[in-house]
Write a new protein. Structure first.
Length: 269
């Protein structure tokens, strides 16, 4: 694919996709970056609530601390996605001890996210929930097919996790999930739900929303007839654009602005 940097068209920006996407912000200190990440984590959780990704106490999102990189921030156990604020977030160390915050952490959140952050140096954030569309797709034992541009973002970049031993509360099971994820963007857990990762919380969240939406499209298309997937060449071309990390981050930025305008209390510290 010819990138925007090799084009002379004036309407194209100097980015990989040709879209006028700004660079990620620079931070003057770890404290400034930590506040930035925590605000986006709280917004991500409210968005999970808005899009009805909640399922009782299940579901969690994490983001690595920018200074203590073996620590991560996550949503507190037992607090609704629709009510969580920046001040509610908890930070845990590599042993599962809450070092910042007034709430406990979901044991499943610790065993899964701690191992993903440990084994994937590039995984700044991870998102997990038991959404209806991801659970339905997993029940069929299927991954996303490249039926459109959005689903092509996951072409050859996803894995189906077949093992199931009940709720994920053992370190061994969390490590197995992280190892099976490998270097992929998403892992669909049979009987369990979906996990996506990213180099930023924005990227991990955009991938989660995209995967779940694409699962819905695939289920609808299969129910209406026999969908025709892209060719390998078409899928790779679409992935080059729609799988772009900068595009993913900026797409979440739009949602961040939307949810903070709708629910400004989420920023309460």
């Amino acid at each position: 694919m010819t990138t925007a940097k090799h084009r002379s068209d004036s309407y194209l920006a100097d980015t990989h996709t040709g879209l006028p996407i700004p660079d990620r912000p620079a931070f003057a200190s770890p404290e400034e970056e930590r506040r930035y990440r925590k605000r986006r984590l709280a917004a991500a959780l409210r968005l999970f609530g808005k899009y009805e990704f909640d399922e009782g106490i299940s579901g969690h999102i994490s983001v690595r601390d920018p200074e203590c990189t073996d620590h991560f921030w996550a949503n507190p156990f037992g607090v609704s996605f629709n009510q969580v604020t920046v001040g509610d977030l908890v930070c845990v160390d590599s042993n599962g001890k809450v070092v910042h915050g007034d709430h406990p952490i979901n044991p499943s959140a610790f065993v899964i996210h701690s191992k993903i952050h440990e084994l994937r140096a590039d995984a700044t954030a991870a998102a997990h929930a038991h959404t209806e569309h991801s659970r339905a797709l997993a029940a069929l034992g299927k991954l996303l097919e490249p039926l459109d541009q959005e689903s092509a973002a996951f072409y050859q970049d996803q894995v189906l996790y077949e093992e199931y031993e009940g709720p994920s509360i053992s370190i061994r099971q969390g490590e197995d999930i992280a190892r099976k994820l490998g270097d992929k963007r998403a892992i669909l857990l049979r009987y369990h739900g979906l996990i996506t990762v990213g180099g930023s919380i924005e990227e991990a969240m955009h991938r989660f929303f995209t995967f779940d939406g694409c699962a819905r499209v695939q289920l609808l298309a299969a129910g209406a007839g026999k969908p025709r997937a892209m060719s390998h060449k078409q899928a790779m071309s679409a992935k080059d654009g729609f799988g772009d990390s900068q595009l993913a981050s900026f797409s979440f930025h739009v949602l961040y602005n939307e949810i903070t305008a709708e629910q400004p209390d989420l920023l309460d510290e």
